[in-house]
Write a protein that binds this ligand. Structure first.
Ligand code: GUN
Ligand code: ZN
Length: 445
């Protein structure tokens, strides 16, 4: 059944890091967006669209709001939801002390199902409609995740961690079992509804050469599938990776050697990337996920966003929370901290660039820009409604904004999950902040 929403709307057609905002931005002061069967079937100025619409189509009007494409979080760990904000130390200690303890609980499928639901509801409350998700080493953690996303027909990318060394016994697979289990999950989930499968070696230090070999092989067996991992997040991690793969020139060269770079491979971080690393990623079409709240929280360092996006050659880069290393589900907060991170590198990220990164930019990093990350006819109907008056301060401050750019900048500096009024996934309203639409504020679970 057709339905429509009406209000101020914004989307990007191209990349405002390399082209003028005028060439990229599509903004409508009063837009009508029509959805049917999971797709956007109409989008444009309301006064032009309304005469073409059958009078029976219900229209929800959103005042003091901004309709945009759902946010895309291209690197996040669902099992770490319960350990967000765990105090102390940098990456390796944090992994040992918290992460490797928490992830053991996901051997229990019921536990994984319960966490997946909490995680997905938090994503929707934050306005995130697609995510690149790390599960745990247990295949049932992947089943639990995709079974839950299937309930609301959400486009997600996820995979079973591959980890056959340098982790507690209970979290280790073997090169062969990791391959076999991942292959079975790939067969079951890749392309099932909106689910997409990612071969997921956690990072080079926790995989043997044999596992790295098989991970690259499995990814190549399934064209169109994904590969996700971590790279160059922390200086000790880089030293550790190099000591475990002594023949390799660089951290990026480890992944390259095992055939793990290319289109649809996406790596979290790249904080300490060299010029050679940026070039290798650019030339192979490999993407980076910039995770600013995590990089600041774990004291990892300052990602060089300007280099990644505007340097020659540039690297497809998306925005991500990396939760539980990251400290907030909201991509508005990621934008805020991406801005501050860039500032410390001498680059003032502007609001259009930030909103692009969280929507179309992340879609490009995932090679999904023809399906998600934009508003327009033929795109999947993943849409959010931001509330310009969500808090007394936002209301007061946005009332003083004199341009769209200022309004967006204020939203990303003051906004968070409170600023999300409604979230539509595949054309269905699955979250509404102020209205009971199912069991509480969610529908479909
Ligand atoms: N590197 C390897 N595993 C992880 C993880 O779970 N979180 C972060 N932030 N970095 C990692
Ligand atoms: Zn991560």
């Amino acid at each position: 059944m057709q339905k429509a929403i009406r209000g101020r709307a914004l989307t990007y057609r191209d990349n405002p890091f390399t082209r003028s905002v005028r060439d990229c931005l599509h903004y409508e002061e009063d837009a009508l967006l029509v959805m049917e069967a999971g797709q956007i079937t109409g989008f444009g100025a309301a006064d032009e669209m309304l005469p073409t619409l059958s009078p029976e189509v219900p229209i929800t009007r959103y005042e003091d709001a901004l309709i945009c494409p759902g946010f895309i979080d291209c690197h996040v760990h669902y099992p770490q939801t319960e350990m967000i904000g765990a105090y102390g130390k940098q990456l390796i200690d944090w992994l040992n002390k918290y992460t490797f303890v928490t992830e053991q609980k996901f051997a229990d499928k019921a536990y994984a199902l319960a966490t997946a639901e909490v995680f997905l509801k938090e994503l929707l409350r934050a306005g995130t409609t697609t995510a690149g998700v790390f599960c745990t080493v247990h295949p049932q953690s992947v089943d639990a995740f995709f079974e839950t996303t299937a309930k609301i027909n959400m486009r997600t990318i996820a995979g079973k961690l591959l980890m056959d060394r340098q982790a507690p016994e209970a979290l280790r697979d073997t090169a062969q079992s990791g391959y076999d289990d991942s292959k079975a999950l790939m067969e079951k989930w890749h392309g099932a509804g909106r689910a997409l499968y990612a071969v997921t070696p956690r990072f080079a230090p926790t995989s043997t050469e044999a596992q790295m070999e098989l991970a690259g092989a499995l990814w190549r067996e399934y064209p169109g599938s994904y590969l996700q991992s971590h790279i160059s997040e922390n200086l000790s991690e880089i030293d550790w990776a190099m000591s475990l793969f002594p023949g390799r020139k660089s951290y990026a060269d480890i992944y390259d050697h095992y055939g793990q770079l290319g289109p649809r491979a996406i790596y979290g971080h790249g904080v300490h990337f060299t010029e050679d690393d940026f070039r290798l990623f650019a030339e192979t079409g490999t993407a980076l996920a910039h995770c600013p709240t995590s990089n600041l929280f774990l004291g990892s360092g300052l990602f060089r966003l300007e280099r990644a996006m505007t340097g020659t050659p540039s690297v497809r880069t998306g925005l991500a929370t990396d939760l539980g290393g990251g400290t907030n589900f909201s991509q508005l907060v990621s934008m805020n901290e991406a801005y501050k991170t860039a500032q410390l590198n001498g680059f003032a990220l502007n609001a259009h660039q930030a909103f692009y990164l969280a929507t179309r930019g992340s879609a490009e990093a995932l090679y999904l820009e023809d399906k998600i990350g934009s508003l327009g006819v033929g795109f999947e109907a993943d849409v959010i409604v931001l509330d310009l008056k969500a808090t007394p301060l936002l209301s007061y401050r946005t009332g003083h904004a004199e341009s769209l750019e200022e309004l967006l900048f204020v939203l990303m500096m003051l906004g968070d999950d409170r600023a999300v009024r409604a979230t539509y996934v595949a054309g269905e309203r699955v979250y509404e902040r102020d209205v009971e639409i199912g069991g509480g504020n969610f529908s479909g679970f």
